[in-house]
Design a protein around this ligand. Structure first.
Ligand SMILES: *Cc1c(COP(=O)(O)O)cnc(C)c1O
Length: 370
């Protein structure tokens, strides 16, 4: 049995009629940027997560960059980021010229740990940037308790958590502002690059709207030095077709995750994902940890089960930050996780029998003492 890690074509097959209609609607309109599809998607996504504003942008990296720019965060300002994240989180901070302050995660949830964050606060801290890693929201209420009295911005990296909740609130509506990615493989993905900024702060929303379009509200009047981060009408129309299905797709992920959690309990030295109290994750990835990660991955591959590593190199040890002075041992938790994490296949493309076969194969790996 072949178990693919990810398959995007089945989504197109399932929604072919709606997506083809969306394509023809846009093509026939003769209007390809800043039109009715973007306006509609923005209000539909804002309503879905219960925020005042959604501003569609070109991708998730620029969404976070724009959020930081809108808040006036730049050189001399410190931004607290997780030491274990996809490099985009760090790059957004670097792009605005602010100072990265990496913080080790909670060892159980692998999300930012508010107690550790507290120890990194200084008079220059302007922003805390939690990542809802693998689809589970970080403890944003505890981070807000630190940030709000000090006038510090909480910017969510909500690229992996569409539809996840923390208590009664949705990912993207927990901080002061959030950056979202609709990269094709995300829980809600476009057919190409796409992203958004979400916020209920009217002033920040207005700034992001201006900044994403060359700093202009009125054509050829440039109030600030913005960037070009436009999202096409086509991608907005496709996202509108997919948004009503997000909840059902997330339910499939939750069922498959529950199956993994039950089937893999107590197997070998496997550490299974831990869900913190009050969180309802959407399982963008199902990440286990084991000392024998590379051998397990090899064994799975021999049995035609695809797996991936998110992420094999923590940002501080990547070439991108070679000149920044960090070295091995600086963030031991992140480094340890990079050596042990393994993402098992999960997603609406997978059947329960694929998951059962994967569970069975993992059990055989550990039973065989390999
Ligand atoms: C995908 C992702 C991003 C970046 O999104 P892009 O749309 O690829 O720019 C940022 N942060 C995290 C955690 C991601 O997974």
């Amino acid at each position: 049995m072949k178990v693919p890690f990810l398959e995007l074509k089945p989504t197109y097959d399932a929604l072919r009629v709606e997506l083809d209609a969306a394509y023809h609607r846009v093509m026939d309109s003769g209007w390809y940027l800043f039109g009715s599809e973007m306006a509609a998607f923005e209000s539909e996504y804002a309503a879905a997560i219960d925020v005042g504003h959604c501003i569609a942008v070109a991708n998730g990296l620029e969404a976070m960059q724009l959020a930081l720019l809108a808040a006036g965060i730049g050189p001399g300002d410190e931004v607290i980021v997780p030491s274990n994240t996809y490099i985009a989180t760090w790059l957004a901070v670097s792009q605005v010229g602010a100072t990265l302050v990496p913080c080790e995660p909670d060892d159980e949830t692998m999300n930012l740990d508010p107690v550790r964050v507290a120890s990194h606060l200084t008079s220059r801290t302007r922003c805390i940037l939690p990542v809802h890693l693998y689809g589970q929201t970080a403890n944003v209420p505890a981070l807000r308790a630190l940030a709000d009295p000090r006038n510090i911005l909480v910017l969510e990296d909500a690229a992996q958590s569409h539809g996840a909740t923390c208590g009664p609130r949705q990912s993207g509506a927990l901080g002061h502002i959030a950056g979202v990615s609709f990269y094709p493989s995300k829980n809600l993905g476009a057919f190409g690059d796409a992203g958004a900024v979400t916020t209920s702060d009217d002033a920040l929303a207005e700034k992001v709207r201006t900044l994403r379009n060359y700093g202009s509200k009125v054509r050829y009047h440039h109030e600030v030095r913005g960037i070009n981060s436009r999202l096409s009408e086509l991608q907005c129309a496709f996202l509108r077709s997919k948004l009503p299905h997000l909840e059902a797709w997330n339910q499939v992920r939750k069922r498959l995750a529950a199956r993994y959690l039950e089937g893999l309990a107590g197997v070998g030295d496997l550490r299974l994902p831990v869900t913190a109290q009050g969180m309802d994750p959407v399982w963008h990835l199902f990440v286990v940890r084991t000392r024998r990660r590379d051998a397990l991955r090899q064994f799975l591959s021999e049995h035609e089960i695809a797996s991936q590593i998110h992420y094999p190199i923590p940002p501080h040890l990547s070439g991108a930050y070679r000149d920044a002075g960090w070295k091995a041992g600086d963030f031991p938790l992140a480094e340890h996780m990079a050596q042990q994490v393994l993402s098992l296949p999960i997603g609406p493309h997978l059947s329960e029998s694929c998951v059962d076969y994967t569970i069975d194969t993992i059990r055989r790996f550990f039973a065989g003492g390999r």
